[in-house]
Design a protein around this ligand. Structure first.
Ligand SMILES: NC(=O)c1ccc[n+]([C@@H]2O[C@H](COP(=O)([O-])OP(=O)(O)OC[C@H]3O[C@@H](n4cnc5c(N)ncnc54)[C@H](O)[C@@H]3O)[C@@H](O)[C@H]2O)c1
Length: 371
């Protein structure tokens, strides 16, 4: 069956560390047939194909793109390859889902968006945080007015240690390309693009100004405190990133944890878990305090497993291609996410306010050498 029918025939590009989490949602989707996988590391595509029950394994992208029984691709290759891989897939007429970060620069991301529009296929950026049930529910509550008018959005990330089997099982080679200087930045680029995507999506508004202090620690970690002004004089945002190499935390995935707080003029929302499971608190808590009504609601029935965001993101791509459901993260939104990321780096370097909407190209973080 083709994507015009009721089944999407998918090719996986890259079978590295994050592939199993992304592929799980496609494998369990009755409307998706994972038809092929490609990876240049000898034996890796074959091993992935065997473990996922996928019929065809290739060693290069061209062979996978030449497969007439592949309608769409999920691009899970290293970030510096996204630009050429997305362009090649679009040129081959495939629908494309590409992992974050979409590209290494704003101009490249824009060019990909234009190429996608010209190709007339679905092009979306995979952003698992936008499909994480506690965050999806938080957004619905904000839009329903549960906290009144939003006044402050706070996103906190801490990176620590974990003994999660997932993290112990990661192939260290998957970090080499992140650390070899070919990326425009470190953790504030690689991971925090998720949080910039949330800062824009939860607010539903553009950020108009960024102030930031950015530091550099071990590996690629970049502690940061940033302040966002939005296209709404009532709304401010703040983002905090800290590095706690001696702190162990509970996680089933990476050794990191997030905390989201959205303050409104009638209440607030907390999302208390995401990548990690640091706190023994419900994943989503709503406090609403009006004149004669003060209530705290704990949302305990949500799927708060971080992996759910990946599975739902995969299902969403299938729905986008087969049913025309608008992608939750388009190329245009990925451009804004990259602009916000680079605005943080620029504000950190200059100590000045930066309007992300004016950022073009890329801003290479202090200590990085990407050309
Ligand atoms: N939460 C998330 O959404 C999330 C988490 C981690 C990583 N990612 C993103 O997923 C991508 C992959 O990250 P990773 O941690 O799995 O890296 P990784 O290095 O472990 O995996 C990348 C794989 O791509 C393969 N590859 C290299 N060149 C290729 C080519 N030309 N064609 C096909 N495959 C090729 C590599 O051999 C490797 O197996 C990155 O863009 C990363 O930012 C997203």
């Amino acid at each position: 069956m083709s994507s015009n029918g009721s089944c999407l025939r998918l090719g996986i590009v890259g079978a590295g560390n994050i592939a199993p989490l992304n592929v799980a949602g496609y494998l369990e989707d009755p409307r998706c047939d994972v038809a092929a996988v490609c990876d240049p590391v000898p034996g890796r595509a074959e091993a992935a194909a065997a473990s996922w029950g996928v019929p065809r394994a290739y060693h290069d992208l061209d062979s996978l793109l030449a497969d007439p029984d592949v309608d769409a691709v999920e691009i899970l290759s290293p970030t510096h390859l996204h630009y050429e891989h997305v362009l090649a897939a679009l040129a081959a007429g495939k629908h494309v889902s590409c992992q974050k970060p979409f590209a290494h620069g704003v101009d490249e991301a824009r060019a990909l968006g234009e190429a996608g529009a010209k190709a007339g296929v679905v092009l979306r950026v995979g952003e698992c945080f936008r499909h994480y049930p506690p965050l999806e529910r938080a957004k619905e509550l904000i839009e329903d007015g549960a906290i009144g008018r939003p006044t402050h959005l706070r996103i906190r990330t801490v990176v620590g240690q974990t003994d999660a089997a997932f993290q112990i099982g990661l192939d260290a080679n998957g970090y080499l390309w992140r650390l070899d200087g070919s990326c425009p930045g470190g953790h504030l680029f690689d991971d925090m693009v998720h949080k910039y995507a949330m800062a824009l999506w939860l607010a539903g508004k553009d950020v108009t100004s960024v102030q930031a202090v950015v530091r550099r620690r071990d590996y690629f970690f970049e502690p940061c405190a940033a302040i966002f002004e939005y296209d709404d004089e009532h709304l401010l945002g703040s983002m905090e990133v800290s590095y706690a190499p001696k702190m162990w935390l509970r996680s089933s995935y990476y050794g990191a944890d997030e905390f989201f707080e959205v303050q409104g003029d009638e209440g607030f929302l907390w999302v208390t878990r995401c990548t990690g499971e640091l706190l023994d608190l419900p994943a989503l808590v709503l406090y609403r305090g009006t004149d004669n009504h003060r209530t705290t609601t704990s949302f305990t029935n949500l799927d708060a497993d971080w992996g759910a965001g990946f599975r739902r993101s995969s299902a969403h791509f299938v729905n986008a291609v087969l049913d025309g459901v608008p992608p939750v993260m388009t190329a245009d939104e990925a451009v804004k996410v990259l602009q916000l990321c680079f605005a943080v780096y620029r504000a950190g370097k200059t100590g000045e306010r930066v309007d992300p909407r004016t950022v073009t190209g890329r801003v290479v973080a202090e200590g990085w050498t990407a050309s």
